[in-house]
Design a protein around this ligand. Structure first.
Ligand code: ZN
Length: 245
């Protein structure tokens, strides 16, 4: 009986395997393994909509002509709207780079916050975001450091969420990296571009990456000296390396 079941299982697997295909002169055949599950996101990218209302943002995010979406949209009142299943690839990041990954849409969850870009983020909205992040990140086992901004992954092209976004508050809950003063003195030879690249920022556009890093991590700290910028990047690098966030 057991061998009959085995034969049936093998026959079924054979039925579901795609036909062999040719790669130039090299043949490729299927041997379907049962050992797999759905691919999972490993990064969360936060955005602001630049819109005045949730309904205005929704029109854009569900219009077949606009070709943009996100997995979630959070209103100023804390309402969470899901637009794309987490297993599917939402179109929120566009041309992007993070840690050498150039297809951020394939590996991330995109969350839009309804905000016009110059207003403070509403308390109810941030509360809802924290609840959503806790749920998403625990289900997919996403490291705490892997919460970034659209500006981080698309430097020079995007500046959302704005400098008013409360990154420090998120980090207190374990979402994203943050360093407070006093910062450790960075080694004299430390290269800012390389350190930012180790955090994930693109080394292809170093000045744009530096600006994105400052928008995210130095918002509200005023102008930093070169030494302070290096100290900040060094502190974040240490936190990321140690997995303390
Ligand atoms: Zn965005």
């Amino acid at each position: 009986m057991r061998s009959l079941i085995l034969i049936l299982a093998v026959a079924l697997a054979a039925c579901t395997s795609p036909a062999p295909r040719s790669l130039g002169g090299t043949s490729l055949r299927w041997e379907a393994s049962p050992n797999f599950d759905a691919r999972r996101p490993n990064l969360v990218v936060l955005h602001h909509t630049s819109d005045r209302t949730l309904d205005e943002a929704l029109i854009t995010l569900i219009s077949p002509w606009r070709k943009v979406s996100a997995h979630y949209l959070i209103g100023r009142d804390g309402e969470i709207v899901q637009l794309v299943a987490e297993k599917d690839r939402a179109w929120h990041a566009g041309a992007s780079w993070w840690g050498g990954n150039t297809d951020i849409n394939s590996s991330s969850i995109g969350i839009e916050l309804d905000n016009n870009g110059i207003e403070p983020f509403a308390e109810a909205q941030i509360g809802a975001l924290l609840v959503l992040l806790s749920d998403v990140m625990s289900r997919h086992n996403i490291p705490g450091a892997n919460v970034v901004s659209h500006a981080d992954v698309s430097p020079g092209r995007k500046v959302d969420p704005s400098a008013l976004f409360p990154w420090r508050r998120l980090a207190e809950q374990g979402f994203g990296l943050w360093c407070d003063a006093p910062l450790p003195l960075a080694p004299e030879a430390l290269d800012l571009t390389l350190t930012l690249a180790a955090l994930g920022y693109s080394p292809i556009t170093p000045e744009a990456s530096r600006q994105a890093f400052l928008l995210h991590h130095a918002g509200g700290r005023g102008i930093l000296s070169d030494a302070e910028e290096k100290a900040l990047a060094y502190c974040l690098f240490n936190k990321k390396s140690l997995g303390t966030e």
